[in-house]
Design a protein around this ligand. Structure first.
Ligand SMILES: C[S@@+](CC[C@H](N)C(=O)[O-])C[C@H]1O[C@@H](n2cnc3c(N)ncnc32)[C@H](O)[C@@H]1O
Length: 273
């Protein structure tokens, strides 16, 4: 199903679509290996507590959407990447019929989509908002989220706290994750990030994710893919929410619900006014 107003075949892919298409085959294995990624129980509990319908914006391969549907919640998913939605459809096809029946998927852009429905809860797990770099795009997305919520509905999302020390690390390659290739356990994949530049006025950085596959100590494949990532300050998020008709209900600095002042992650649950 397409939720986009445009014909996706007639518009060139965005840089984000290219990045996720190039790296889709690594996504699930990489983040399964990320011990710092502890967000799933938070989003599943929130969805269960809502006792209504949920839309996950930028649902990707269903890392959060699938466990939410498995927990009995009716959930729609929207994503810009047809490759990711295809991976999710593949995983869904192995689920029991009642889980499949709870899920509808839409291909579309969070800045301008319409599923034709309104929801009790809209979630955006794992930082997809960092793919919006212009204030016009950010405002358009938040207004679109608002339009897809029922009166009193909730919006929940997380973005990273801008780690200013790390943003200084331009030209430095950092090893971030390592995992066994699920299709060939003799292969170890290591993912590094090389930050190329930072735009401190517009708040984004450009860099390259480098995936190196090793058999033993021998490098057998190197894949590089560029990605721009925006970053937000706390008052900027508050202002975006305020301007687009939301009131903050909860805010946390980690998925263990530490105060936002711990400056790790910025997690918000806001209510449609
Ligand atoms: C870091 S992944 C998060 C995926 C998923 N929420 C998760 O928790 O694993 C970011 C996702 O944002 C999607 N994305 C990027 N830009 C988008 C846009 N403008 N509209 C909708 N989805 C977008 C990507 O395709 C990708 O699936």
């Amino acid at each position: 199903m397409s939720a986009s107003q445009e014909n996706p075949m007639s518009t060139p892919p965005t840089a984000e679509q290219e990045y996720y298409a190039n790296t889709a085959r690594h996504y699930d294995a990489a983040y399964a290996a990320d011990s710092l990624l502890t967000d799933i129980p938070f989003y599943v509990e929130l969805a269960k507590a809502q006792h209504g319908t949920v839309l996950e914006v930028a649902c990707g391969t269903g890392r959060v959407l699938l466990p939410t549907a498995q927990a009995g919640v009716t959930i729609d998913g929207l994503d810009l990447s047809s490759q990711f939605l295809e991976l999710l459809r593949g995983k869904l096809s192995h689920e029991p019929a009642e889980v499949q029946a709870r899920v509808s998927l839409f291909e579309g852009d969070m800045r301008r989509f319409s599923t034709g429905k309104t929801y009790d809860l809209l979630t955006i797990p794992f930082r997809p908002l960092q793919h919006l770099y212009l204030i016009e795009d950010q405002l358009a997305a938040f207004r679109c989220f608002h339009a897809h919520l029922k009166p009193g509905g909730s919006l929940a999302f997380n973005v990273f706290y801008p780690n200013y020390a790390r943003l200084q690390e331009v030209g430095v390659e950092k090893l971030e994750l390592e995992w066994k290739d699920p299709n060939d356990p003799s292969i170890t994949v290591r993912r590094s990030f090389l930050r190329r530049s930072v735009d401190r006025i517009n708040q984004f950085s450009d860099g390259e994710f480098i995936f190196r596959s090793y058999r033993g100590s021998q490098l057998v494949l190197e894949e590089r893919s560029s990605l721009r990532m925006g970053y937000y300050t706390y008052p900027q998020i508050r202002l975006l929410l305020e301007t687009s008709g939301f009131q903050v209900r909860e805010e946390y600095g980690s998925f263990e619900k530490e105060p936002i002042s711990v400056c790790k992650e910025m997690i918000f649950v806001a209510v449609k006014r």
